[in-house]
Ligand binder design. Sequence first.
Ligand code: 4GP
Length: 832
Amino acid sequence: MDARYKSRDIERRSLDVDGLKRSFLEWLVYSVGKDARAATRRDWFHTVALAVRDRVVDRWMDTTRSYYQEDAKRVYYLSLEFLIGRLLTNSLSNLGIVDECRQALDRLGLSMEDVVDAEPDAALGNGGLGRLAACFLDSMASQGLPGYGYGIRYEFGLFEQRFENGWQVEYPEQWLQFGNPWEFARPEVLYPVQFYGRVEEFRDSVGDRAYRWVDADRVLAMAYDTPVVGYGGDTINTLRLWSARATRDFNFGHFNDGAYMKAVEQKILSENLSRVLYPNDATETGKELRLKQEYFFTSASLQDILRRYLQHHTTFENLPNKAAIQLNDTHPAIGIAELMRLLVDQHALRWDDAWEITRATFAYTNHTLLPEALEAWPVRMIERVLPRHMQIIYEINAKFLNRTKARADGDNARLSRLSLIDERGERRVRMGNLAFLGSHKVNGVSALHTELMKQTVFADFHEEFPDRINNKTNGITPRRWLKQANPALSELITTRIGEGWISDLSQIAALRDKADDVVFREEFRRAKRKNKKRLAAYIARQTGEEVLVDSIFDVQVKRMHEYKRQLLNVLHTIALYNEMRDNPTVSWVPVTKVFAGKAAPSYHMAKLIIKLINDVAKVVNHDPSVHDNLKVVLLPNYNVTAAEIIIPAADLSEQISTAGMEASGTGNMKLALNGALTIGTLDGANVEIREHVGPDNIFIFGMTAEEVNDLRASGGFNPREVIASNPSLKRALDMISTGAFSPDDRNRYHPIVQALTDGGDHFLVTADFADYCRAQEAAMHLYRDPEEWTRKAILNTANMGWFSSDRTVNEYAGEVWDVHPVHPNHDGEGFR
Ligand code: 4GP
């Protein structure tokens, strides 16, 4: 028998309870090196993870082999962030062995929850963009699409957030401290990546001008592979993350003692490249290390992609037929110049041929229109760090500008807008323009966002290339966000409509009929209540606060950002608090305001908003006059694991960004799928959620993107007038500004009050306040009628099928990537 298949016959493949139990014991002793009596929960987690990993390796190799055998076109998802979260439940669930594992652990006297809780949360991302990448990995594998994720193996993920005295304090997140059982280190997969140095011009063999990059510093990119288990375990794809390693090329002869130590130090410092994730969300700081990170992982990934391609091909004209490279935002956009460099300088292709191949291979996704988030690197920095790339960017730019209509029309303003170089002030490279120009498709992440891309940042490019911009509305994986996070609801759904929805979420529409079924409504409520109890216990553990399970769980969980308008929610909270105090005899619908989210460490306003929420919570939660009617909690350290507890328990989902500013949102989809009703503006994907769930089943308020645009164009508005005309808003703001929530420092919130008044209220918090309160009242009114509320909640769940990331990646596969499912040959039986 072929040696490759031997492992199939041994215990490592067994999926039954006994086999699992035996391999747990074996792993614990021989790999973790512990006696069962001395094993900690972490030891057991490592044991179980390693045993589960065993069960995917054969299929993983089958999958990879099938891709090679069919020479399938692959899609490479290049992303600086993958916000993965924990993997144990995910792997077990996608393999279909959750119960078997639970029983095996049970026989060993262990609780599955304890083992699951010992896994660190892999937070290699900041927010939406990184979590989207993780959902896409799950969907590509579950759809059988040959998809690879490429990114950085950060030693420190997104910081751990704690509150000290109500203020956010950041601590390092050392997720790799105790090792990572999911990954395979590949010390033999190493690529050199260069920085600095200079460019030398020379004549090639046929006498043409050519260039080489010399005297550069080098670092090595080493691969770590994590198997990505598709649902059903048929396809196991790969997430390849790069870690920086110092090169070993010392020239010992040249050093005296001091210089030697210095050289070694320099080498070690080069490993800092993959040390830490930048904690910015939609903001750029222009730090050189960040540019180097971007180039580091992009260059290594492209070298790896070309190596794989060259195993089957000797020339490059087929590259676009064999590889689709998706740029997750502009972070890997330097890859366009890098592929040109590799093709022209290293493989001696003609410029025009290389450009055609490059453009046909790349596609680019834009995730935000916020001007401060559009990457623009100083020309001087790129010249120094990546001198050859700067030349290539100039060349791309010159050729493009020479061809544009603008030149012919003499429209210099338009020409300078289209340029890859921003000449205003310090000269900068506009990475968005580079990404647009070097891609054959460019997409936004919701219908509204894509439309706004055409009208604003990319208006000139859209005119120039009218077929390039397309929409791909985001989605979420139903495996993690319903099946795993919400077992109570997902089991109920499966008993009624079968389990087809797990791999084809459109089938969840079969629940629509059940909205009118009293018994089903009762069961739906019971599942929600179970989740609310779980969250209440979590809140008590995390904050010490007791909340009423039968209150409305009104949830806003996302990064802290002014445009997301947590402030609007806080102002409503204060107004509601005042009303409850003024009218103690009214029978109020009890409300629990749940907030969670991290602020970028340098974003002072967002951190001040965190402190305000904590201060308001302190006052409200200790005021006996509102009793249990109102509670405010801000949960620390929001991450994927916390989201899995919070989202299934939500009644009301806050999606209240200033219209036109949230590109899509994906938390909005997770919450609605789990039966929360949305209160939101017509922004991002909320617009499409409304279309799918129906206008009667969502609370929409506030200005539209168009109205916001018109208002700003007409010179803005006077927030003071709005405030003066709304007594409850005025009172809430007065309380903040006079120190009602900060008696220890009455001026603490001056910057917030200032921004909302004389600062012009850029995010239109005051402008939308009255309509927001109206929508909140409507929600509270509806909550008094549990049957009607539940009916709408069920219709939300039932109508969210379209928002599966399976649908999204299928759209990309068909319309952008041209990749097709491959069915791996497993040479044996399937898992399920
Ligand atoms: C986010 C957007 O803010 C969010 O609306 C969208 O749903 C998500 O990307 C995925 O497309 N942007 C970022 C970022 O996370 O860093 O720009």
